[in-house]
Design a protein around this ligand. Structure first.
Ligand SMILES: Cc1cc2nc3c(=O)[nH]c(=O)nc-3n(C[C@H](O)[C@H](O)[C@H](O)COP(=O)(O)OP(=O)(O)OC[C@H]3O[C@@H](n4cnc5c(N)ncnc54)[C@H](O)[C@@H]3O)c2cc1C
Length: 435
């Protein structure tokens, strides 16, 4: 049984989120043998929500996490809950047809509803605040925003969306950096660690057995797959792998080769005054600009500016995150020049070559499922992936096959050389962002 425990902040990477976490529980380590309908590997949004969806459909579930619940990207991210799944679903029309493209577009809206419903139904205290803007840095971004605006209208997007010209942008943000914006009241921001911890509480209450410090070291495929951990093993009818950017190469080289970990980083300032907040972000919205190596930011519930950005492929964190990110923050908000930074942290985003989440079954084991590679846009998409995985396992009609049909390239170069190769590729795209 999970016991309520004090906050073990030393077991999580230090961050603003850990210091303001509300529902950290300590779960036991797996010891001995367990047999269950479904074993899930990974205790982030993907794993925890798949566990919830499966228990709600009556299956018995064990979840194995190698560190703590929410230790990965789910407990460290920018907390921006943004409509849409993947990048430009229309590029896959040959693989999934126009119905498939339309289904992904609608799922991109539904994914946000799943998160909002889960928060509301289970009273998860995670500072949800609606309101978000895409920010145009270049003139060509404005054209892209107009196209997106018309597209949203055509798809019947039910939330308030508005194009803001440069002259009107002061309504939402006090910064001279932007040419215009697309405001969306159906997207927003939240405290991601509190969301995943609240969802873990829901999973526990439904009867999911959660084990921490119980990393899956080995998988034995077969009619009843087995997962071996340091002190135990789980045998199951179905296995779901959701280790995402943290899965590594060893556990399953097929999955490891298709997801590239990319570092992204955040700063949390000291609390601002109510007047400063009202000046810089008067409607308390979340923001992201439209470059490849983008800035993303919003205010926290206790009035800090949470400012994220950078993009590294070396697997190493910058020596001084504040020194690397502060110039970006002060460029966007020169009013905050010299502001004290109370927290700095980062995490690994799982990137796939085509920037569409990878949701499917292993080619050599149709009882082993996976979901990964949300490319920095996973707060909503993980929740949709969880629903699709549960539907597929329970053989309910759903859109799982739309994703399973999309082909995903393996990064060339193996674990050693693929990062430098991708870094070179990304540099090219960043270079293009200059114009
Ligand atoms: C800094 C940062 C900022 C981001 N900002 C945003 C944002 O603002 N909006 C947005 O939509 N998305 C954002 N993202 C992306 C988003 O956080 C992720 O897409 C999402 O959290 C992925 O969830 P997940 O459960 O798939 O993976 P994770 O949360 O990474 O969870 C994977 C878990 O699996 C565990 N694990 C790995 N291997 C094993 C094993 N062998 N055995 C057991 N456990 C294992 C890991 O310890 C980890 O806890 C950001 C990501 C980062 C890193």
């Amino acid at each position: 049984m999970a016991a309520k425990a004090p906050v073990h902040s030393e077991q999580y990477p230090q961050s603003y989120y850990v210091d303001t976490a509300k529902e950290i529980y300590s779960h036991p380590q797996l010891e001995g043998e367990v047999s269950v309908d479904v074993c899930i590997v990974g205790g982030g949004f993907s794993g925890i929500n798949t566990a919830i969806e499966l228990r709600e459909r009556g299956l018995s579930v064990v979840l194995l996490e190698s560190k703590r619940i929410g230790w990965g990207a789910s407990g460290r991210n920018g907390g921006e809950l943004i409509r849409g799944i993947g990048h430009d679903p229309a590029q896959f029309i040959n693989e999934i047809g126009s119905e498939g493209v339309a289904a992904i577009e609608q799922m991109g809206f539904e994914a946000v509803d799943i998160v909002r419903n889960r928060i509301q139904t289970h009273s998860i205290d995670c500072d949800l605040q609606m309101g978000y803007c895409d920010l145009a840095v270049k003139a060509r971004h404005l054209d892209e925003l107009s196209v997106e605006y018309e597209h949203l209208k055509k798809l019947g997007y039910k939330h308030d969306v508005k194009l803001l010209a440069k002259s009107k942008i002061g309504e939402v943000i006090a910064s001279d950096c932007y040419q215009g914006a697309l405001m969306d009241m159906g997207s927003g921001h939240l405290h991601p660690l509190n969301l995943v911890l609240g969802e873990a509480r829901v999973a526990r209450e439904l009867g999911v057995q959660i084990f921490e410090y119980s990393g899956a070291d080995k998988i034995i495929k077969g009619a009843k797959p087995k997962v071996i951990t340091a002190k135990g093993e789980v045998s199951c009818q179905y296995l779901v792998l959701t280790g995402n950017a943290y899965i590594g190469h060893k556990l399953n080289p097929y999955l490891g080769g298709k997801v590239l970990p990319a570092g992204s980083y955040l700063l949390a300032t000291e609390p601002l005054t109510p007047e400063q907040c009202a000046e810089i972000i008067p409607k308390n919205m979340a923001f992201a600009d439209m470059r490849i190596a983008l800035d993303y930011f919003h205010l926290s519930a206790d009035r800090r500016l949470l400012f994220g950005g950078l993009c590294t492929y070396s697997g190493k964190d910058p020596k001084d995150i504040e020194a690397a990110l502060r110039p970006n923050l002060e460029k966007v908000f020169p009013q905050l020049k010299g502001i004290k930074i109370d927290y700095q942290w980062g995490g690994m985003i799982g990137i796939g070559a085509n920037r569409m989440p990878q949701i499917g079954r292993l080619p050599d084991a149709d009882n082993i499922f996976f979901a990964q590679a949300y490319a920095g846009h996973g707060v909503n998409a993980t929740h949709m992936a969880a629903k699709l995985l549960a539907e597929a396992i329970c053989k309910q009609a759903g859109h799982f096959d739309v994703f399973a049909k999309i082909k995903h390239m393996t990064f060339p170069g193996g674990p050693t050389f693929r990062s430098p190769m991708l870094a070179a590729g990304m540099l090219y795209h960043r270079f293009k962002d200059l114009f």
